[in-house]
Write a protein that binds this ligand. Structure first.
Ligand SMILES: *Cc1c(COP(=O)(O)O)cnc(C)c1O
Length: 501
């Protein structure tokens, strides 16, 4: 299998796609075909561990990795105690035929761990396969969770470094603390005076700037990406669609072959795109329901076929979805365009120049056969956290609650009560203040630190505080660097400013 660029150029191997992150023409790498899994093969996953299914899915895409290489990587990445649940991505029944797929049992308590625990292994193998001797310099823009997960994944991995840019005022207290306390001799964390789109656009610009590549090369460095624009991030996410389906067949919640709807809290469109890939590979996915917060650029897109970014940017209680330029949508657009890279490029040029593009009624129609969409603002999100907790005793983080709200609205509007999986993307304790306010009212959080809120939330709900949050309280801050949004390149080349080393 080869990998093409969504903008028409490139034909590279899997390991090259992983190593380089983004194609030289600014496009994203996409597989030349979707491997097909038969019903028998999917049924066989019911008897397999998470690691075994991961190996089957990965090797279907990563043809120039050997099976033993993949086995070793998967077993090293997905293990207890780094993950606090042996199932890695457990599925729990919420209510009726609604289930929750919990993706927050990894080291940083968000779903990014699933991909970013594995990616460093894939990158190191890719460097060796392509005779790459330069340091692989991972550059990351984060809306909150990717940063910490990438830092943990790449921390002290030989031959690599990891630099994270986060929007200075755009992440939760816990998210920021998680990042700025990161240890490791090869890590850097830099606040950007701007929002996530500024940080992401800045990183993407560096990747498509030949002068930047030249400068990095002179420093004996190869820039690469750990954002979900990297195909190596995407493929590990395909796995949990298969394992969750198998788990629900095992529990009798669905019969093998029966469709299952997935509702996905969406920002950069990586998680839900992995569900689309799983469907294309033969998994009986019914509808993929795209859930946005108040930055509802995607739910508008799936409603009228127009992607429109010249709108206000809102900071919400689900900051990991505060995104207007949703990178991975480009991979879906590539399919929508009939794999015509020139057409995708013309849309992306329009987006860059005019802030919008339209795919037209016919293409929209085709997408709507698979995708539905909706959104929840902060008020609806808080109400959903509270409603679900009162009704079921289950405590959701704000991102998950956005999805839960959107599923409810979808069911009322369509009457489609197909068994559904809500993807739970973060621990509620990463957003302790907002979750406490949702459950006990705004007044309950007054004068409390994020850690006090976590204590109070645990006392009230009986849901234990994860070890990682408790440990954070006493960890020294090691990263204080801040830069302007047009100063990111300079920051990459500036001397590291870590403290307390
Ligand atoms: C990153 C993230 C999302 C959005 O996932 P995408 O793949 O960017 O769509 C949702 N929830 C949480 C908690 C996240 O960290």
């Amino acid at each position: 299998m080869s990998f093409y660029s969504t903008r028409g150029g490139a034909c590279v191997t899997a390991s090259q796609a992983v190593l380089w992150g983004l194609a030289k023409d600014g496009g994203l790498y996409v597989p030349s075909m979707y491997p097909q899994f038969t019903q028998e093969k999917i049924a066989s996953f019911c008897q397999m561990s998470y690691q075994q299914v991961a190996e089957r899915v990965l090797r279907a895409f990563l043809e120039d990795y050997t099976i033993p290489e993949i086995e070793v990587a998967v077993n090293a990445a997905y293990s207890v105690p780094a993950f606090d649940d042996a199932a890695i991505a457990p599925v729990k029944r919420l209510d009726g035929n609604i289930h929750v797929l919990e993706l927050f049992h990894g080291p940083t308590l968000a779903f990014k761990d699933i991909a970013l625990k594995l990616l460093p292994y894939l990158v190191r193998l890719a460097a060796a396969k392509n005779d790459e001797r330069r340091e692989v310099s991972i550059l990351v823009a984060t809306s909150g969770d990717t940063g910490k997960a990438a830092l943990e994944g790449f921390r002290d991995v030989p031959g690599t470094s990891c630099t994270v840019f986060y929007p200075e005022n755009g992440v939760s207290d816990m998210q920021r603390l998680q990042m700025v306390t990161t240890e490791g001799s090869n890590t850097r964390v830099i606040g950007v005076r701007g929002n996530f789109d500024d940080a992401q656009t800045g990183v993407k610009k560096l990747f498509s700037d030949p002068a930047f590549h030249q400068k990095m090369d002179s420093a004996d460095k190869l820039p690469s990406s750990a954002n979900s624009i990297n195909f190596g991030r995407l493929v590990p996410q395909v796995v949990y669609y298969f394992t969750s389906y198998a788990a629900l067949v095992n529990s009798g919640a669905v019969r093998m072959g029966q469709p299952l709807n997935y509702v996905v809290p969406t920002g950069n469109f990586g998680d839900i795109l992995a569900g689309y890939y799983a469907k294309r590979m033969g998994l009986p996915v019914g509808r993929l329901i795209c859930a946005s917060n108040r930055n509802n650029v995607l739910s508008d897109f799936f409603t009228d076929g127009v992607y429109y970014t010249h709108r206000s940017f809102f900071r919400t209680m689900s900051p990991s979805m505060d995104i207007l330029i949703s990178s991975n949508l480009e991979r879906l657009l590539y399919e929508s365009a009939g794999r015509d890279g020139r057409l995708v490029k013309s849309w992306m040029d329009l987006l860059a120049d005019c802030g919008s593009f339209s795919i037209g009624a016919q293409r929209l129609d085709a997408l709507q056969k698979t995708f539905s969409a909706g959104f929840a603002d902060d008020h609806m999100t808080a109400e959903e956290i509270s409603r679900v907790f009162e009704h079921t005793g289950y405590l959701m983080d704000p991102h998950t609650a956005v999805a839960s709200h959107v599923l409810g609205a979808y069911r009322s509007a369509t009457g489609d009560h197909t068994p559904a999986v809500i993807i739970a993307t973060a621990s509620p304790y990463k957003f302790a203040q907002d979750v406490l306010a949702a459950v006990l009212g705004e007044a309950a959080t007054e004068g409390l630190t994020a850690f006090d809120c976590a204590d109070r939330l645990s006392a009230h709900t009986g849901v234990p505080i994860p070890r990682q949050i408790k440990e954070l309280k006493s960890m020294p801050i090691r990263h204080r660097q801040i830069c302007e949004k047009d100063g990111m390149e300079a920051a990459v080349f500036a001397a590291p400013q870590q403290e307390n080393i």
